[in-house]
Design a protein around this ligand. Structure first.
Ligand SMILES: Cc1cc2nc3c(=O)[nH]c(=O)nc-3n(C[C@H](O)[C@H](O)[C@H](O)COP(=O)(O)O)c2cc1C
Length: 136
């Protein structure tokens, strides 16, 4: 199995309807091909981890990279893994802006990455959650 992480920048304003459409399609497709993962979105950037067998994962990632809803998709890591860290979720999703206190967010994301064996991947998601988005 492979675990792959990337970061990207949303194109235009993705509202709640657009993001729930995106998530529904992702979960449906991922369930079909046995992919699991986590997607964080702060209104500007996406941070996503995908894990599963290499062939369906790379086919999915190729579709994701070509998706006009975001741009500047940069792969941050790709590794062979023995076990799933996001085993319960076709694609777990968390908005990390607006309305939720940073403490709550950090706790939520901490829970979402708790089973990920790789410390670098956990740290990546935690630092994305910890960014102070109210800073000037
Ligand atoms: C940030 C982002 C993350 C995405 N994640 C996934 C994903 O995990 N799985 C997936 O199948 N599609 C994902 N997509 C959607 C794909 O780009 C593509 O639209 C979709 O797979 C097409 O599926 P459909 O042919 O069933 O509509 C993502 C798109 C974006 C912009």
């Amino acid at each position: 199995m492979i675990r792959l992480t990337y970061i990207s920048t949303a194109r235009g304003n993705l509202d709640a309807v657009a993001t729930s459409d995106l998530l529904a399609a992702s979960q449906r497709n991922n369930r079909r091909v046995g992919l699991t993962g986590l997607l964080l979105f702060d209104g500007v950037r996406f941070l996503q981890a995908l894990e599963g067998d290499e062939a369906p994962l790379l086919a999915t990632f190729a579709r994701i990279k070509a998706d006009p809803r975001h741009r500047a998709c940069v792969e941050l890591g790709r590794a062979e893994v023995e076990t799933r860290g996001f085993g319960d979720w076709d694609m777990a999703w968390q908005r990390v802006d607006a309305g939720v206190s940073r403490e709550t967010l950090v706790e939520t994301v901490d829970r979402l990455v708790a089973q990920v064996p790789d410390a670098n991947t956990r740290a990546l998601f935690m630092s994305f959650a910890r960014i102070d988005r109210h800073a000037a």
